[in-house]
Design a protein around this ligand. Structure first.
Ligand code: GLU
Length: 473
């Protein structure tokens, strides 16, 4: 039975990297028909940020990563919040004390600093185990409890990183329980993973250097090893350094507020360092569950490319049914849209759908369907082709367009025909004439196909806008 866990600390917002670890753990469980556990690692009270736990749940729910066990749903190994498991850590700590593998740390911070400086002066690495007290006091909980390591070298396998090894020099006596009574991550996660029967430990790269210490502790506790899978770093767009806030490591929910679909984020995060062996980038949730395996997670860093995210979002928006899209854009309509009926708004939405990169683009793409745009001839002056033609001729062309449209039927097909005839009649190229008409009826930098736009706007408004454009020239 595969059991994976996502074990975030409540220290602030989740970005794509944090959430990727959760997603891969969830996918590993779902792929194997196993269980996914959400454990909150809240033992560092100094770093805790209020509201983080709710935020974590909101992010998981947004992606649809439901829990089988965890802080919100309970389960057979509850509690799943580390701060509520202190008695359990004490019990396990006692076992280590009883077998001579843990001792009370008698030193003050100043004393430790002295050891450190001394090691530095002698140009040797500082190792705590070189300073073990000869007669440690009985541990009463007021001082840290330290692990008594048994240094040796290790070889181990990581599902993502492959076969790894490290020498005995990195194994040291680390703190198990701090003087505030809370366990360290190093101790608590091993206790909990064992107690909760976790089979796969899937986590970020920052923990890999501590593996020899963890292996030493697993041995001291007589525990079987779980499978380890270390996620590669997420790198900035250029792939030359770790993703930081400046490169877009922001709150994942921020993307949703900006009009990214959860489907997009799911595929985007899944393909940060994973692929199914093909070029496919857009996956449904079901496809991911079927195809995801840890051995296809690449071990080099994954590049975070916001342009790819944007492209993917446009693709996912296109795939939505109009009804589905309609329900999702409720908060994204431009001002004035509330005065139009649903039927009209649905027509506008159908026209805009293919051009939406994010839901947030809706106002820019459709505002002229709901409010009269102000003619702005500087847009025409700035246009490469149109700026070559003198204004008198442009006005003449708009006049000809207006007359042709006056006698045209206003279905998109008929309008297309009318526009084609107009090309012949004026001898202009489509790129010139149609751009001009586009400006005159939308005054927007981008707009959907012209005949469809005019059909939805209707005869009166289209003609009126052409006249306003001529008047403003
Ligand atoms: N609490 C750790 C963190 O948030 C989790 C590491 C792990 O998954 O074991 O970084």
């Amino acid at each position: 039975m595969v059991r994976t866990r996502f074990a975030p600390s409540p220290t602030g917002f989740m970005h794509v990297g944090n959430l990727r670890t959760g997603l891969f753990a969830w996918l590993t469980a779902r792929h194997a028909g196993g269980d996914f556990i959400l454990r909150l690692e809240d033992t560092d009270k100094n770093r805790e940020v209020e509201g983080s736990a709710d935020h974590i749940l909101e992010c998981l729910n947004m992606l649809g990563l439901e829990r089988d066990e965890g802080i919100d749903v309970g389960g057979p190994y509850a509690p799943y919040m580390q701060s509520e498991r202190l008695a359990i850590y004490r019990e396990w700590a006692q076992r280590l004390i009883d077998t001579g593998r843990a001792y009370a740390d008698p030193y003050t911070a100043e004393q430790v600093q002295q050891f450190r400086e001394q090691a530095q002066a002698e140009k040797r690495p500082f190792l705590y185990r070189n300073h073990r007290p000869e007669n440690p006091p009985t541990w009463d909980g007021t001082t840290p409890l330290r692990f008594k390591s048994e240094p040796k070298s290790y070889e181990w396998h990581d599902e993502v990183m492959g076969d790894l090894h490290a020498g005995a020099e990195v194994v040291d006596d680390f703190i198990l329980i701090k003087s505030d009574g809370y366990p360290t991550y190093n101790f608590a996660h091993i206790v909990d993973d064992a107690a909760m029967q976790v089979t796969h430990v899937i986590r970020g790269q920052e923990f890999i250097s501590s593996m020899p210490n963890y292996l030493n502790l697993y041995e001291a506790l007589g525990l079987e090893l779980p499978i380890f899978a270390t996620m590669p770093h997420i790198l900035n767009e250029n792939g030359n350094k770790k993703l930081g806030k400046r490169d877009g490591a922001k709150d994942v929910l921020e993307y949703v507020r900006e009009g990214y679909l959860p489907e997009t984020l799911l595929s985007f995060i899944a393909t940060l360092g994973w692929n199914d062996g093909t070029e496919q980038e857009l996956f449904t949730r079901q496809e991911l569950i079927e195809k995801f395996t840890l051995d296809r997670v690449q071990h080099s860093g994954a590049r975070f490319d916001e342009k790819r995210l944007l492209w993917m979002n446009g693709q996912f928006i296109r795939q939505l049914s109009l009804d589905d899209l309609w329900n999702r854009v409720v908060d994204f309509w431009p001002e004035g849209a509330e005065n139009s009926n649903d039927d009209y708004r649905r027509q506008v939405l159908a026209l805009a759908q293919d051009r939406l990169k994010t839901l947030h683009d809706l106002p820019t793409l459709t505002s002229y369907f709901f409010a009269e745009p102000t003619p702005d001839w500087s847009m025409i002056d700035d246009n490469k082709q149109l700026s070559k033609i003198d204004r008198g001729r442009l006005v003449e062309l708009l006049g000809a367009t207006k007359s042709a449209l006056e006698s045209s039927d206003f279905s998109a097909d008929a309008l297309q025909q009318t526009l084609n005839n107009l090309l012949e009649q004026t001898g202009e190229k489509p790129g010139t004439l149609f751009s001009l008409i586009r400006f005159a009826i939308t005054w927007a930098p981008f707009s959907p196909a012209l005949p469809e736009t005019m059909e939805v706007l209707g005869r009166d408004r289209t003609l009126q806008r052409l006249q306003s454009a001529i008047d403003a020239a």
